[in-house]
Design a protein. Structure first.
Length: 482
């Protein structure tokens, strides 16, 4: 290993204890050897679809700069250069069973037919018959596999219409009928990412890694000694800085710290008491308490932990679910006739579409867009162990399980974001030109499977196909990634 191209600031950035040290040194060595930077995949779901008149941008052509963002997309206006808006996508729902949100969630993330229902569970809960797209891309991509924690699944609320329902509560599946349970409590997410990797956490691989890195540091010191014998005196100040950095890393090993502070976590998340109340469909769908403040806090704590993991390159694949599609979260300050009324999101969506209901659903969608904008901003403002913004090498899919509250699976309001090193051709309004190339969709829609197949390119996955057969896909959408 040579150290000439590693400056001191970069050498110390992102290192926190054994985890940060081991991971960062691996990355530093790989960079010295010309390896590519890490890439990350985030699938972020919000529930209950959208309100079309306040979602679709107004304009013409394919250049998103020529479009005016309506209310729901307005919080994302500053990200136009990094995003693609899709219009004309449909879930390939033909041949599958299950309710609107239940079937929609399974099809959205697995792309495979789901004809069989769990016994009980409300009679509309389908089995997933294959792995989810995040796991398929992870298993096929060297960009995604090279992380200590292969993938993380998180959710901010677990309430669904029926206590035993599986399909609306899961975005990730390791295989057919094999749901990967998300962490609802942010503290569990933190412990999963940092706990087992810390000294004393029971990970034998960590002990070996620490020994290996001590050997790397010893080699670095010997190499510096050699360089001093041949370098001109004008370069000795740089060599001193490198030696100081190595000595500081030696202290990190000796002190055996357990706080991942250098990954951006000054303290572990607090334990949040999540709500368990489930509201019926009859009545006024008014809750006795508001959930939105806690809902937001849980999301922020999850995201703080995930961002810290990205910063120190501990994981690269994340599915983030705000709630099951049958969302029982109540929101304050959003019901037009009475801001102090705590209206429940999903159950209210099944009321007749009066002006008040439409306005309430629009305001909730704006709320989720604001949270997304905050997440994206934090990724742009946080550098990882390569010294670059996390966002630069991140692909984020923003999805929902239905088009709108009537359970339509047409015109799915999905977005795609990507940093400049992912090759995304952002600032793009993509619209399906017509025809129904995938017969499992309806109304001349292009399959959402084609959307996912497009993501194979930035992650280096060859011959990636999603779906049982070509009735469920027609191929990756061209022009999304360069």
């Amino acid at each position: 290993m040579t150290m000439q191209s590693l400056n001191r600031r970069k050498f110390l950035a992102g290192i926190g204890g054994a985890v940060g040290l081991s991971t960062w040194l691996n990355r530093a060595i790989a960079q010295e050897q010309g390896a590519v930077n890490p890439r990350r995949l985030v699938i972020l779901q919000r529930p209950v679809g959208t309100i079309y008149q306040h979602w679709w941008p107004q304009g013409s052509g394919t250049n998103l700069s020529n479009y005016q963002f309506p209310r729901i997309l307005a919080p994302l206006n500053s990200f136009k250069q990094d995003m693609v808006v899709f219009r004309g996508l449909g879930l390939p729902h033909g041949g599958s069973a299950g309710g609107g949100h239940e079937r929609g969630t399974v099809l959205a993330v697995t792309g495979r037919r789901c004809p069989t229902l769990y016994p009980g569970n409300g009679g509309d809960d389908p089995y997933a018959e294959g792995p989810s797209v995040d796991q398929l891309l992870l298993n096929g991509s060297s960009y995604l596999r090279s992380a200590a924690v292969q993938s993380i699944q998180v959710s901010c609320d677990q309430r669904a219409d029926t206590p035993g329902e599986v399909s609306p509560r899961h975005l990730s599946y390791s295989g057919a009928r094999a749901p990967m349970r998300p962490y609802y409590q942010p503290l569990q997410t933190y412990e999963r990412i940092f706990g087992t990797l810390m000294p004393g956490g029971g990970d034998e691989s960590l002990r070996r890694a620490r020994a290996d890195k001590k050997g790397v540091l010893d080699f670095a010191l010997k190499d510096l000694t050699r360089m001093r014998s041949v370098a001109p005196s004008s370069q000795w100040e740089k060599l001193d800085a490198y030696e100081d950095a190595v000595r500081e890393l030696e202290k990190e090993l000796a002190n055996d710290p357990t706080d991942p502070v250098f990954c951006g976590m000054s303290s572990q998340p607090e334990n949040v008491q999540v709500n368990t109340r489930v509201d019926p469909y009859d009545g006024e769908n008014v809750a006795s308490e508001r959930d939105d403040l806690k809902h937001r806090r849980i999301g922020e704590l999850h995201w703080d932990t995930v961002r810290a993991a990205f910063k120190c390159d501990l994981t690269r694949t994340v599915t983030f679910q705000w709630s099951p599609g049958t969302n029982h979260v109540s929101f304050a300050d959003m019901w037009p006739p009475s801001p102090s009324t705590f209206k429940v999101h999903h159950t209210t969506s099944h009321k007749p579409s009066t002006a008040d209901v439409v306005e309430f659903l629009t305001r909730v969608e704006v709320w989720y867009s604001q949270r997304l904008a905050e997440f994206l901003t934090s990724l742009k403002q946080t550098t990882d162990i390569t010294g670059k913004p996390i966002f630069d090498t991140t692909v984020l899919a923003y999805i929902t399980e239905v088009g709108q509250a009537n359970h339509s699976w047409d015109n799915m309001p999905w977005l795609l974001f990507g940093g400049k090193e992912t090759g995304i051709r952002g600032n793009q309004m993509w619209t399906h030109g017509g025809g129904r190339p995938s017969s499992a969709t309806s109304n001349n829609m292009r399959s959402t499977n084609d959307y996912w197949m497009s993501l194979a390119r930035p992650f280096g996955v060859n011959n990636f196909v999603l779906g049982n057969d070509n009735s469920m896909y027609s191929g990756a959408i061209s022009g999304i990634f360069g």
